[in-house]
Write a protein that binds this ligand. Structure first.
Ligand code: TYM
Length: 334
């Protein structure tokens, strides 16, 4: 068995990336590229599981590449490309649609959340989306997948699909069982308006999230308006259990300041939340606004971004085709 480590992850091009994507995924992408071979994909085929305006989609793909680069990904160290440019993703997804079980998909909580109350009206693509995600990873025989906690269930399904393929076609260890790499400190950044929901691009209110392209003024306004608590900051975590918005702000602060939660609580115990908010705003402005400015700068040269995608596609396609050739043989496709 080839035990070489390979990292794969994807991000949907559905508009502005936010602090959740940044802390839950992108920052890890960047640190992993220093030590492993990494493939990072703008997953446009996933995005179209809900309707996207074609022009916006094109722009959003380029903006996502710009965000990758602005946070520190390098096309010299990692393979950066968009999913639809390597047709192997769709081909393997079909094969895996035939391996994956309806019962498995029925358990996916993200489909239930995204489809809402009227599941009959959701696209078939949205339902089988986790199979495509498994195909993304297995097409490259990736071993490690950095994601936020919201993708954990999809990763478990990818492992089940890999295992069933290996069993069904008598090729033990052919697909590695991909391991999720989920940040221990902050695996789920929550909405600034409702600490029980994750920060998300699809949340209606822009005040629920910090976008990577937000100006210093916007960040300041959003953190000022963020829900916290009328009581003073407690000195222990237990007292924050029923205060998810306050806990979320403290978590974000702890992550950005690289200080443990206990230490933060020690420092801030007895202070008003306005004190924390001021410090958090300063940290966010110094870390996020340079990223946003770089994204805007990179977007001025779309040809450069397209060139990076093209190069990445060529590299990705070589690995994909090599693996697909063997996969087709295993399945019995001539
Ligand atoms: P997507 O585009 O919704 O999010 C991209 C990455 O950001 C993480 N993330 C968060 N992390 C912490 N807190 C949050 N509030 C938050 N919001 C988003 C996500 O966990 C993800 O890592 N299905 C995937 C994309 C995908 C993929 C793949 C990922 C397609 N194929 C193969 C890994 C491997 C998605 O929709 O992510």
């Amino acid at each position: 068995m080839n035990k070489k480590k390979l990292v794969f992850s994807g991000v949907q091009p559905t508009g502005n990336l936010h602090l959740g994507n940044y802390l839950g995924a992108l920052k890890n992408f960047v640190s992993l590229q220093k030590e492993m071979n990494c493939i990072y994909c703008v997953v446009d085929l996933h995005a179209i599981t809900v309707f996207q305006s074609p022009n916006e989609l094109k722009n959003n793909v380029l903006e996502t590449v710009a965000s990758f680069l602005a946070t520190g990904l390098s096309p010299d160290k990692s393979i950066i490309f968009n999913q639809s440019s390597v047709s192997g993703h769709a081909e393997l997804a079909w094969i895996l649609n035939c391996v994956s079980r309806i019962g498995w998909l029925n358990r996916m909580t993200q489909f239930k959340d995204k489809a809402g109350s009227d599941k009959e009206k959701a696209s078939v693509g949205l339902y089988i989306y986790p199979n495509l995600m498994a195909a993304d990873i297995l097409l490259y025989k990736a071993t490690h997948v950095p994601v936020g906690a919201d993708q954990k269930q999809h990763l478990e399904l990818s492992r089940d699909i890999a295992q069933k393929f290996n069993n069904d076609f008598g090729c033990k260890d052919f697909f590695p069982l991909p391991e999720p790499l989920i940040s221990k400190n902050i695996s789920r950044v929550m909405s600034l308006r409702d600490g029980t929901k994750k920060m998300s691009k699809s949340e209606e209110s822009d005040y629920s999230r910090i976008n990577l392209k937000d100006s210093a003024e916007e960040i300041n306004k959003k953190i000022k308006k963020a829900k916290s608590d009328s009581e003073q900051i407690p000195g222990d975590l237990k007292s924050l259990e029923k205060k998810p918005e306050a806990l979320n702000l403290i978590n974000i602060y702890s992550e950005l300041s690289k200080t443990s939660l206990d230490k933060v609580l020690n420092e801030m115990s007895g202070k008003e939340y306005s004190f924390l908010k001021k410090k958090l705003t300063d940290l966010l402005i110094s870390e996020i606004t340079p990223v946003g400015n770089e994204i805007k700068k990179l977007l001025d040269d779309k040809a450069h971004l397209e060139k990076i995608l093209k190069k990445g596609k060529e590299k990705a396609n070589i690995i994909a085709e090599e693996n697909l050739k063997i996969i087709r043989e295993k399945v019995g496709l001539i």
